[in-house]
Design a protein around this ligand. Sequence first.
Ligand SMILES: [Zn+2]
Ligand SMILES: [Zn+2]
Length: 276
Amino acid sequence: MNYEAAVIPVDYHLHTRLCGHASGEISEYLEQAVRVGIQEVGFSDHLPLYFLPPGRTIPGYAMDEKDLPLYVEMIKNCAEASPVSVRLGIEADFVPGHEKKLASLLCSCPFDYVIGSVHFIDGWSFDNPGEVDEYSRREINQVYERYFSLLQQAALSGLFDIMGHPDLIKKFNILPSLDLNPLYEQTAMAFQRAGVCAEVNTAGLRYPAEEIYPGPLLLNIFHRHGIPVTLGSDAHQPEQVGEGFKNALKLIRDAGYREIAVFGERRREFIKLPNC
Ligand SMILES: [Zn+2]
Ligand SMILES: [Zn+2]
């Protein structure tokens, strides 16, 4: 495939209705990808909440464990007839202490890549609009420190290929007073040591942060440490596929990147960015 001819090389972060909070048919996500000039997409729906006690779930948060084989089958089937190349990914929460269960779930499916995301800080679903009040009860500097510490632990767990939306904690634009540079440096060093890739995720543009995850400062630090990047929209509706990618590609190029990471069977390759 001639990736260099594509306007947009990849969108590796698409959800499906199986997670309970996304809408649209898989075929509609693929049609939108064609419309906006994406060469390869990857579905990476929310992995079942493996870290909860057996039988427990949070309704509408992630796919049921029984639906995981169905998800794999759906994506494999749509890939056969798709006008764009389709990869099978998954977005997995990182919750320390449950790594074994996560590893066995990830091994059970033929994923092309696994996105590791921190959505929970010690049981608090901090990116959930329904739990935003909790910020007013917390010390925000400590919240940021804990978030980046979990993100580093996630990277170093060795379970993930891509670290999802690596500064998601800024989603509601509730910002700390501390200097973020040292936390960003530590995070980049952990990513480097772990050999993971960082996701440049445009969903932040849709929320009060109004900024891509990661922001320019963190992305520049990633580049300086040689951390590869890939691209995702975090689409939960077909029309969000590729949304904000013009900005994202500019941000990536401005940080100094000339190539982007792509994945197949959990192996990483690089392709040149368009116009580089
Ligand atoms: Zn979601
Ligand atoms: Zn996420």
